[in-house]
Design a protein around this ligand. Structure first.
Ligand code: HEM
Length: 419
């Protein structure tokens, strides 16, 4: 008798279209219908195994079993990630590069970031008070671009802010897009890598001064395990790996406004200075709303997990959205309830909006603390420091388009600073 379990299989030649049609729910729908946290399918012409849930996340982040090199689809490499960045590395080289990222995430570094974010929020609010309507998604992107550049030590001329904001946003808006929207993401990446590469060369030639302890300085002078500086292009990809995702926090800022609007009772609980509830609220926004649907890796070798056989090289997708809504982990997952985080002890594999596992040894998001801190600053502004109206608009959001943002991009009016 065989000791292996049969992996339920979705019949058919290819299911990439179903993935595009069902978006964030693609893996969850099949986990539900197969009544299994694992199933096999075919995506982009290849066999793929999809897994979800806490145990699945645990095995996915086992670096003895999975690797990242060549796992990401080319369309994501050409737009979202860039080539030879930390996302594509494994083993010792990954750990060394990741340490470079984590070195700027110190308590001191995060304090400088929150001070910068507060300053940029204050400036933005001054501007928004003069505007008839504020399209929050666009305004928040620009505010985040300014925050990111200042924090990362990247000098930027006022005339270039809008272009850079648009380019950084195009990189995370375009990986799953088709046609011109996708190609503009590729062009944005090429343009931004060129600009960031020139900047790094200028720092190396002493023509631009980069303050110590900033990402620009650290990444420019980072040495690989053999003692070599990163080549200019790779250093540029890594600097963009700081700037781009900070701009992407604008998506969570949009969802924060949505949550405040749709759950006024939760808003009432957000008293100025109540750090604990603010953090719970932020965590629930990150759990509840769609952002990254899944992450991809390749089986590093043949192995068996829970009786299921994985063959070396098999593309494997971990369901992030579905794990954050898994009824085995979350009580009433479809309710927005920040208090579920009051005494959260779920560990590193259950709550995975930005990946799971360990920061240094694995691929968990390097900017998770950055995201939480910037969201807390933003929430404090939105709930305690300003008043605004949310006029009638289409606040619905797609569960198919990735990344999802409310259709109206969240319009607010009559923004006023509270005295
Ligand atoms: C805006 C909200 C964000 C979301 C939803 C998000 C989500 C993610 C996800 C899902 C991963 C992949 C995890 C994996 O491969 O297992 C990741 C990786 C990463 N993120 Fe984020 N992220 C966000 C913000 C940030 C910020 C603000 C930064 C930097 C300041 C950042 C930097 C990175 C880096 C460098 C990686 C690659 C880590 C590695 O491969 O070891 N992210 N993020």
């Amino acid at each position: 008798m065989s000791n292996t379990n049969h992996i339920p299989r979705e019949e058919g030649i290819d299911h990439s279209l179903s993935l595009m049609r069902e978006g964030y729910m693609y893996i969850s729908n099949r986990r539900h219908s197969f009544n299994s946290d694992i199933f096999e399918t075919r995506l982009l012409g290849k066999k793929a195994i999809c897994i979800g849930g806490k145990e699945a996340a645990e095995v996915f982040y086992d670096t003895e079993k999975f690797k990242r090199k060549d796992a990401a689809p080319n369309r994501a490499v050409q737009t979202l990630f860039g080539k030879n960045g930390v996302q594509s590395l494994d083993g010792k080289i990954h750990k060394h590069r990741k340490a470079m990222f984590m070195s700027i995430m110190s308590a001191d570094g995060l304090k400088k970031l929150t001070d910068t974010a507060k300053k940029q929020w204050a400036l933005a609010v001054d501007k928004w008070q003069q505007m008839d309507r504020v399209i929050l998604y666009e305004e928040a992107q620009e505010m985040m671009c300014r925050t990111a550049c200042e924090w990362a030590g990247v000098p930027i001329q006022e005339d270039d802010v809008k272009r850079l904001t648009k380019d950084l946003a195009a990189m995370f808006e375009s990986p799953a897009a088709v046609g011109p929207a996708h190609w503009s993401g590729r062009q944005a990446r090429n343009r931004t890598e060129k600009w960031a590469g020139e900047l790094i060369d200028k720092v190396r030639n002493g023509k631009v001064n980069s303050p110590v302890d900033t990402a620009l300085h650290r990444f420019t002078w980072h040495r690989d395990p053999e003692g070599h500086l990163l080549d200019t292009k790779t250093a540029a990809v890594e600097v963009i790996n700081i700037l781009r995702p900070i701009v992407a926090i604008s998506i969570f800022i949009n969802f924060t406004v949505l949550a405040l609007h749709h759950y006024p009772d939760e808003k009432k609980k957000l008293k100025a200075g109540d750090e604990k509830y603010a953090r719970m609220f932020v965590q629930e926004v990150r759990r509840f709303y769609p952002f990254f649907p899944f992450v991809a890796a390749l089986a590093k070798k043949d192995f068996t997990w829970n009786g299921y056989k994985f063959e070396e090289g098999t593309l494997t997708l971990l369901d992030l959205y579905g794990t954050n809504h898994d009824p085995e982990i979350w009580d009433n997952p479809s309710l927005f309830r920040p208090d579920r985080f009051a005494d959260w002890e779920g560990g590193p594999f259950s709550f995975i909006p930005q990946g799971g596992g360990d920061y240094l040894m694995g691929h968990r998001c390097a900017g998770e603390w950055v995201t939480i801190e910037v969201m807390k600053v933003s929430l404090d502004y939105l709930a305690n420091k300003i008043d605004y109206d949310v006029p009638d608009q289409d606040l619905s959001f797609s569960m198919v388009k990735m990344p999802s943002i409310p259709h109206s991009k969240v319009v607010i009016q009559n923004v006023k600073k509270r005295i």
